[in-house]
Ligand binder design. Structure first.
Ligand code: HBI
Length: 105
């Protein structure tokens, strides 16, 4: 593992999220805290191509999205089970996801 699997502090999380427009912090006290964002594309083919690009990043960093695809939309949730929260891995994967979504537009 290149990036540490430790939960960010609230201050760290807040400052990282300020640089990740559209990513929302989710917490319900039951499951892991998470960050989530919804993406939409021209059509299913563009959505799935985006997912394929994200999958390659996920494998490389051994950090994987929880996601839901319906036609041209992809909803993505990120969390780090190994620390029951949000780690720098979620932040770095979110940045990669945003850059891949920008390529797909
Ligand atoms: N992906 N999003 C996410 N969160 C994890 O904690 C995680 C993962 N992919 C692989 C992984 N952890 C491994 O370290 C093992 O827990 C299987």
């Amino acid at each position: 593992p290149v990036l540490p699997v430790v939960a960010l502090t609230e201050a760290e999380r807040t400052s990282h999220l300020a640089n990740l427009p559209g990513w929302k912090y989710l917490t319900d006290g039951k499951r892991d805290d998470a960050i989530a964002k919804s993406f939409s594309f021209e059509d299913f083919n563009e959505a799935f191509a985006f997912m394929t690009r994200v999958a390659a990043h996920a494998e490389k960093m051994d950090h994987h999205p929880e996601w839901f695809n319906l036609y041209d939309k992809v909803d993505i949730t990120l969390s780090t089970h190994d620390c029951n929260g949000i780690s720098i891995r979620d932040i770095e994967l979110a940045k990669l996801i945003d850059s891949e979504a920008a390529r797909g537009k």
